[in-house]
Write a protein that binds this ligand. Structure first.
Ligand SMILES: [Mg+2]
Ligand SMILES: [Zn+2]
Length: 188
C-alpha cells in the first residue's frame, strides 16, 4: 500500500459561495454571509479538509477599490468565521485584469481564474493532494479552473449568471451546505 499523507482541501470561491455577490464588494459592511455557510464550513473542517479561498478581484486593476480595501474585507470575513470557531487556512486573490487601468495590476496573469496559479501555489504551500480535493464556485470560470487544475467541482447555481453548457461541473448544487453534504458522503 502506498502511503499518502498529503492534505485534502476545499478551494472556495468567495462571492456567491460564502457571501452574497453584490459585484465589486469593497468594504466590510457589505459582507453578507450566505445561509448555511457557517455550518457547512464547520462540517468540512471537522471532516479534515483545509479551507482555502480563491477569488478574482479585478476591481483592483479596474480602480474600483484598493488592495488595502480588499485586505480589510478579508480580515472582516476571517473575523466573522473565527467568531464561529472556523479557521480559514488561506486566501489567495488575483488583483489583475488585462483591461485594467491601474498599474501594476493591468496585466494578463497566470492567477486570474480559470488560470491555475492560485491552486498550484496553494497545493505546494500546504502539501495538497488535488485528486482528493474539491472546488466550490458559482461561475463557469470557477468550474473551468477546477477542470484545468484536476479538481472535482461543485457549481452553486444562481440566476445572476448565464452558464455555458459546455463547461460541466461534477455537481450542481443550490448552496455550500448541499456541496458539503455530498463531499462528506464521498469522503467516507
Ligand atoms: Mg463567485
Ligand atoms: Zn492575477
Amino acid at each position: 500500500m502506498q502511503i499518502n499523507n498529503k492534505n485534502k482541501c476545499i478551494f472556495l470561491d468567495r462571492d456567491g459561495v460564502l457571501n452574497k455577490d453584490i459585484g465589486y464588494l469593497k468594504s466590510p459592511d457589505q459582507l453578507i454571509i450566505l445561509p448555511g455557510v457557517i455550518e457547512a464550513l464547520k462540517k468540512l473542517k471537522e471532516a479534515g479538509f483545509l479551507l482555502i479561498i480563491v477569488t478574482n478581484q479585478s476591481g483592483i486593476a479596474k480602480g474600483f477599490f484598493y488592495e488595502d480595501d480588499l485586505k480589510k474585507v478579508h480580515n472582516a470575513l476571517l473575523t466573522i468565521f473565527k467568531k464561529n470557531n472556523i479557521y480559514i487556512d488561506d486566501i489567495f486573490y488575483c488583483p489583475h485584469h488585462k483591461d485594467g487601468t491601474v498599474e501594476p495590476y493591468n496585466i494578463s496573469c497566470d492567477c486570474r481564474k480559470p488560470n491555475t496559479k492560485m491552486i498550484k501555489d496553494g497545493a505546494i504551500k500546504y502539501n495538497i493532494d488535488l485528486s482528493k480535493s474539491y472546488l466550490v464556485g458559482d461561475k463557469d470560470t470557477d468550474i473551468q479552473l477546477a477542470i484545468n487544475a484536476g479538481l472535482k467541482s461543485f457549481c452553486v447555481e444562481n440566476d445572476m449568471y448565464e452558464y455555458n453548457e459546455t463547461i460541466v461541473p461534477d455537481y450542481k448544487v443550490n448552496n455550500l451546505s448541499e456541496a458539503a453534504e455530498i463531499i462528506i458522503n464521498l469522503d467516507k
